[in-house]
Design a protein. Structure first.
Length: 279
């Protein structure tokens, strides 16, 4: 049985001017699969040689073989680039001559050309290779990660409360709660994260924030630079509203207050009702 969208070990049945024909194992030579010369990677093949060929349908809907390796096979998750968009959906670069379609119904969010997103690769009803952004069901929860461990994660969705759904190492379910991030996140973003919790269902609780001490130290330097570039004064202090602080510094009021307190202890700033002054 030939597996479309995957690698198959097949024998060369005969050579032709346009390439090689691989034995499909049906006993009928009319079902042999063409391996075009350009897809044989300039290998000198002989009748009877066994090759590990990737099988797919070409632009004419013919079953065809290649020795080139695609970026993923059917049943896998892959981080792929969108190359074009049409009325029927978007096309993503699969690593082969033919791009694969993300049908409109499989786009849970808008896809931008030249941006990368996480997709699940599948076969549609006509045995064509296709991709979907609906990947949550294909992610696992039985990871061996531990709290405090640093991981990579790809944003693939958002919950109704704005918490971000993340695929850790493009394989495991994770979530960043809304109060754990302050910068805007987008579908397809790849983030450096830390595991802060493992939920009962195995889902990973994540944060993009650094260790608190490092985060506050970085914020202190940001505040000092801000003051220096504003003639040593700013209207922000520990009484400023969270909204104004977030808009200017992209941090929570609590972190901002901690940073100001640290700078005051170091004797670098002073505060009053008007704002903060660099000493």
């Amino acid at each position: 049985m030939i597996k479309i969208g995957d690698f198959n070990k097949l024998k060369v049945a005969r050579a032709a001017s346009i390439g090689y024909y691989l034995d499909a194992g049906t006993g009928n030579s009319s079902n042999d699969i063409l391996l075009p010369t350009k897809s044989a990677l300039e290998e000198n093949l002989n009748v009877g040689d066994e090759v590990d060929a990737f099988i797919y349908r070409d632009s004419s809907d013919r079953i065809i073989a290649t020795l080139k390796k695609p970026l993923a096979t059917v049943g896998e998750l892959a981080y792929l680039r969108v190359v074009s968009s049409t009325k029927i959906g978007s096309f993503v670069d699969f690593g082969l001559e033919k791009d694969i379609l993300v049908p409109m119904k499989e786009k849970l969010y808008p896809l931008q050309n030249d941006k990368y997103y996480l997709f699940y690769i599948y076969l549609d009803k006509t045995d064509r290779i296709a991709a979907t952004t609906d990947i949550d069901r294909y992610l696992e929860t039985d990871s061996e990660y531990e709290t405090s461990q640093n991981v990579k994660g790809t944003v693939y969705g958002f919950q109704t409360n704005s918490s971000a759904m993340v695929a850790v190492d493009n394989a495991f379910k994770g979530v960043i709660l809304r109060n754990e991030y302050f910068n805007k996140l987008n579908h397809g973003d790849v983030l450096d994260l830390t595991v802060i919790k493992i939920y009962e269902d195995g889902k990973l609780g994540l944060t993009p924030r650094k260790v608190a001490k490092v985060e506050v130290n970085t914020l202190q330097e940001t505040i000092l630079e801000y003051l220096k570039s504003h003639d040593g004064f700013m209207t922000f202090n520990d009484k400023t509203t969270p909204e104004k602080i977030y808009k200017e510094f992209n941090v929570s009021k609590n972190h901002f207050k901690n940073a100001l307190g640290g700078l005051m202890k170091r004797g670098l700033i002073e505060q009053d009702e008007k704002g903060t002054t660099l000493k």
